[in-house]
Design a protein around this ligand. Sequence first.
Ligand code: SF4
Length: 261
Amino acid sequence: MSDELKDLALELRRHLAWQEADGSRVILGDRSAAVSKPAPVAAVKAAPAPVAAKAPAPVIRTPSPPAEPIAKRPLDEIRRELGDCQRCKLCSGRKTIVFGSGNPRAELVFVGEGPGEEEDLKGVPFVGQAGQLLTKMIEAMKFTRDDVYICNVVKCRPPNNRNPEPDEIEACEPFLKAQLASLQPKVIVALGKFAAQTLLRDTTAITRLRGQWREYQGVPLMPTFHPAYLLRKPEEKRVAWMDLQEVMKRLGKQSDSKKGQ
Ligand code: SF4
């Protein structure tokens, strides 16, 4: 070996010794060290994960259903489209489809649950005992039934006045949405659990939803108790009236009576 080669070998041994002392011998092909080395990089990559996890939070907190623009069409066109509807099993027991009634330019819309026996016979929403109470509530708010629009989540009477089932609500809901898009009211009053929970996509109990302003497709929505519930629990009329007074305020109406009953 020439002197030059000897010097080169010596230099190489010193270099290797320095690398070992430094703990960085990976350069010479220590694969296990090469694999373990990127660990801190992986740790750095993992660090931003909590930031990414926060991103969907605003969606979760969104209180109202996502705004899906629905075409504004005349109510009679929507009724024609509904036709002799057989889209859900409620069609088999109904006598009449109860589409809705009132002013097609109403600034105030009441949405209830579904027709009862009298409504099923007459084809008009809220004409039974609960309907008579609703009429009094509307008049106490200084409106008439002809000023407002009244409709239900399901348009056919559930047998024995049972609650509407999820598949029935789902089948009928597009027509309710189309009605509200047609009416474009200033305020919606959701009467009872089914109307409030359906429109708000919120399973919170009506006892907690009521009295709090919410929004449906950009329209202020006030959930309150259903008149049928108020007939069973007259002591709740006071808080329902407070809810309706909020609606009056929103619509610029002065309240001078104590109770809507
Ligand atoms: S409840 Fe609605 S979807 Fe079901 S049959 Fe009646 S109109 Fe059709």
